[in-house]
Design a protein around this ligand. Structure first.
Ligand code: NAP
Length: 433
């Protein structure tokens, strides 16, 4: 009997693992389990809706899903429908690829006020993730604040600044596009606690801030390095290119377009203010020590606003008694191995960083571990899981089912959008009849 592997999570970490497994062990069988009826994890629910080209990787994952050795089992939640112990009893290897879906907390007073959101929930809301459909952020505000200087912060600020026409041409959730269309936003502040040279965003994403129909991007020239400062050019993280774009924005005038995006540096949040609901954020100016650490200066200022989106990174979540490293906020693992027969890939292994392709080597590593298990492989895998899920009356969504959901989403599209996403699991299942 060939090796059987269950992968929990169908995002990049899960699909790169499946692809590597069938390449290295052609007679293995791989079941990819996801709690949603839709595959591809962050590709669907994290990547910005106006970045459709980044989603093209789903076509490659689709070929893996349709390989004869691979099955997708959507709408199956671990441990609600099947526990890790049960999966380990059924499969020779189990791979956790559950990502990093939990928002990090700011750790400041007022962050639980209505109107303060973490990036996972806010991005999940505009990307039609069923968990966040009800978020309904109040965008009837003139000013929004985004905390953080990573690419997610730029995604959020850029999308908030777009016109209804711009966002309707994407696969943003229709309710979010409607809300952005009528939002009277005039000022969007993006706050980085360090300087432009330390920003986590990348130049392709900063460049887009000069290409918005409705918004002009502003930068205080005083925070930019002088022409004499040597700038690194390390490809994606190029300081040279980042600073080039920021210098352009520093020349902009604030009255050129109706919306202004203020990219601000050296400021960190110290309190969110408001009675029940956010009405302002208190920021404190920072400076950097010689070794690049952030130091508060004691100088504070307040920005009146009704919405704060904290884009300060995310973390993975513990799952069903698997050893979890609280300090590093990911599963305890040594190079992707939790213990014999139990492995981890993607952000659940490494934390949330890099591009989609950064997860590729994790798959190869999983396949290396799996190869060593082949001589002793004996577990029944798919047939056993099918029986267990049937006994529990779980409505499994197959990859063919997903293709039908996808076809219904594509058929419902308008305004040049690639699809109109279903926003609830019942609607997804309902489209299957
Ligand atoms: P990130 O790149 O780690 O950025 C997090 C930002 O939050 C940093 O600017 C960080 O500042 C700041 N921050 C952290 N804690 C803070 C605090 N307590 N107060 C204020 N600021 C704080 O995370 P991300 O933006 O969530 O992105 C995750 C990964 O996905 C990244 O690798 C990113 O490049 C990738 N991604 C890529 C794309 C794309 O390719 N288009 C799009 C989205 C995401 P410090 O630097 O000072 O710590």
């Amino acid at each position: 009997m060939g090796l059987t592997v269950a992968i929990v999570g169908s995002g990049p970490g899960g699909f790169y693992s499946a692809a590597a497994l069938i390449k290295e062990i052609p007679d293995c069988r791989v079941d990819i389990i996801d709690r949603l009826p839709t595959p591809f994890g962050l590709i669907r629910a994290g990547v910005a809706p106006d970045h459709q080209s980044s989603k093209k990787i789903a076509k490659i994952f689709e070929r893996t899903a349709q390989a004869p050795q691979v099955r997708f089992l959507g709408n199956v939640e671990v441990p609600r429908d099947v526990s890790i112990a049960e999966l380990r009893g059924l499969y020779d290897a189990v791979v956790l690829a559950t990502g990093a879906p939990k928002d990090r907390r700011l750790g400041i007073p007022g962050e639980d006020l209505v109107g303060v959101y973490g990036s996972s929930e806010f991005v999940g809301w505009y990307n039609a993730h069923p968990d966040f459909k009800e978020l309904a952020p109040d965008l009837s505000t003139g000013t929004a604040v985004v905390i953080g200087a990573g690419n997610v912060a730029l995604d959020v600020a850029r999308l908030l600044a777009k016109t209804g026409e711009e966002v309707r041409a994407t696969d943003m959730a229709h309710y979010a596009a409607d809300a952005i269309d009528v939002a009277p936003l005039a000022d969007i502040h993006v706050f980085a606690r360090r300087g432009p040279l330390q920003a986590a965003f990348t130049h392709k994403e900063v460049k887009e801030f000069g290409e918005l129909d409705n918004a002009v991007t502003l930068v205080d020239p005083a925070v930019l390095p002088g022409e004499d400062v040597a700038l690194e050019d390390k490809g994606r993280g190029s300081q040279e290119k980042n600073i080039g774009y920021l210098r352009e924005y520093a020349r902009n005038k604030g009255d050129e377009k109706p919306v202004r995006i203020h990219l601000q540096f050296y400021a960190m949040p110290v309190a969110v203010l408001g009675e029940g609901k956010v009405s302002a954020i208190r920021m404190e100016r920072t400076r950097l020590t010689e070794d690049g650490k952030v130091v508060a200066t004691g100088e504070t200022f307040e920005v009146p606003c009704n919405i704060v989106v904290a884009c300060i990174g995310t973390q993975s979540m513990p799952l069903d008694n698997v050893a979890y490293d609280e300090r590093n906020q990911r599963f305890q693992n040594q190079d992707g191995k939790i213990e014999d027969g139990l492995y981890v890939a993607g952000w659940a292994k490494r934390g949330p960083s890099g591009t989609i392709a950064t997860n590729f080597p994790d798959g190869s590593q999983v396949a290396e571990y799996a190869k060593a298990l082949v001589p002793d492989a004996f577990k029944q895998g798919p047939a056993g899981l099918d029986q267990l899920l049937a006994d529990r009356e779980v409505r499994v969504v197959t990859f063919e089912d997903w293709k039908r959901i996808e076809a219904a989403e594509e058929a419902g599209a308008s305004h040049g959008a690639p699809r109109r996403k279903f926003t609830t699991i019942p609607d997804m299942l309902g489209s299957l009849g």
